[in-house]
Design a protein around this ligand. Structure first.
Ligand SMILES: [Zn+2]
Length: 339
């Protein structure tokens, strides 16, 4: 049996996207910044590496694929090519020295040729400072460079990055099986969209559903959100009375913040046009979400979504959950116009 390479893995998991990108490179139509959005197990890193291999391979196959054997291919696979810059976060965040390294590399031209490629995984874990330097690069690329940004959840990415990259959604490997399995364990249709944004497996979904945790969390966040939308300062009190009891560990704190990002993301989606309520993560508050979208306007709504994303990042920095959630609530209330 031949050994699996990033090329064969990418072809197995994402055959259409591999063909698509090989064709783009073959016809010199590759853009300079992409966001690959795909859960773990969808092959987002293998796809990115296959693109890097194709750009540098000295012995491209007649069908237009990298050979995986030549000196350039072998150096890339070994992680030892000076013009293929890969960053994977170390723990919860992309670290300051990793950002410094990236910035320095952004400003250099390619070492050996005129081609350079950046692959940054889990960019949802970037700090705002790191994201800003990345944005600067995306807007003013130096030389013949390509940036491939990778994430497991594009809903956690700053809107400014989303709007400047071409977004490529990597389909889950077996979406039908997951949906069917969720239905089988009794997940209500109203919870399916939300769960799909929070988990990657049936087991993880079942864990959230146990003892009605998800149901209670969903209700509590809906109440908190509705109070926020009305500019009602009781939203602040709800943090302690409703949300804190659900934040039983670091993992659930993260899930709660992801859920808060999602509810404001629903409003942002409704801002940009008519949306089928069945596709929202919180269909039960579709009306409140649509009204607040209209009242806030796109700029203030983007500001609120950015605040929720920044708060999600603060949790990774070991700050106190209650404190950051209360601060977020006050900042959101400050954005809501008084009637
Ligand atoms: Zn090669």
């Amino acid at each position: 049996m031949t050994e699996e390479t990033p090329i064969t893995t990418a072809q197995r998991l994402q055959p259409q996207l591999v063909d698509h990108f090989m064709h783009l490179i073959g016809t010199q139509r590759l853009s300079h910044a992409y966001l690959f959005n795909g859960m773990d197990g969808t092959g987002r890193q293998d796809l990115a590496l296959t693109i890097a291999l194709r750009l540098f391979c000295q012995n491209v196959t007649p069908a237009g694929f990298p050979c995986g054997q030549c000196a350039e291919c072998r150096r890339i696979i070994a992680g030892d090519h000076p013009d293929v810059i890969r960053v994977v976060p170390d723990g919860q965040r992309i670290k300051v020295d990793q950002v410094r390294y990236l910035k320095a590399e952004f400003s250099k031209s390619a070492v050996e040729g005129n081609q350079k490629i950046f692959i940054v995984d889990q960019i949802e874990r970037m700090t705002t400072g790191a994201a800003n330097s990345l944005l600067k690069f995306i807007e003013e690329p130096v030389g013949n460079t390509v940036a491939l940004l990778l994430t497991a959840n594009k809903n956690l990415i700053l809107p400014t990055i989303l709007s400047r990259t071409q977004i490529v959604d990597l389909l889950p490997v077996a979406p039908k099986e997951l949906a069917a399995a969720l239905a089988e364990v009794g997940v209500a249709p109203s919870q399916q969209n939300l769960l799909a944004t929070l988990t990657e497996s049936v087991a993880a979904a079942q864990d959230l559903l146990a003892e009605d945790w998800l149901k209670n969390a969903q209700k509590s966040i809906e109440h908190w959100f509705t109070a926020c939308c009305q500019g009602d300062e009781r939203a602040f009190v709800r943090v302690q009375t409703d949300l804190l009891p659900l934040a039983i560990n670091r993992d659930r704190q993260g899930i709660l913040l992801d859920m808060i990002v999602q509810i404001w993301h629903d409003a942002l989606r409704q801002q940009t046009g008519a949306v089928d309520p069945q596709t929202l993560t919180y269909p039960q508050v579709a009306q409140a979400s649509q009204q607040i979208a209209q009242r806030l306007g796109v700029d203030r709504l983007v500001a609120v979504v950015t605040l929720t994303l920044a708060t999600r990042g603060q949790l990774a920095g070991n700050l106190n959950f209650q404190a950051i959630l209360e601060a977020l609530t006050l900042q959101i209330l400050a954005q809501i116009p008084r009637r």
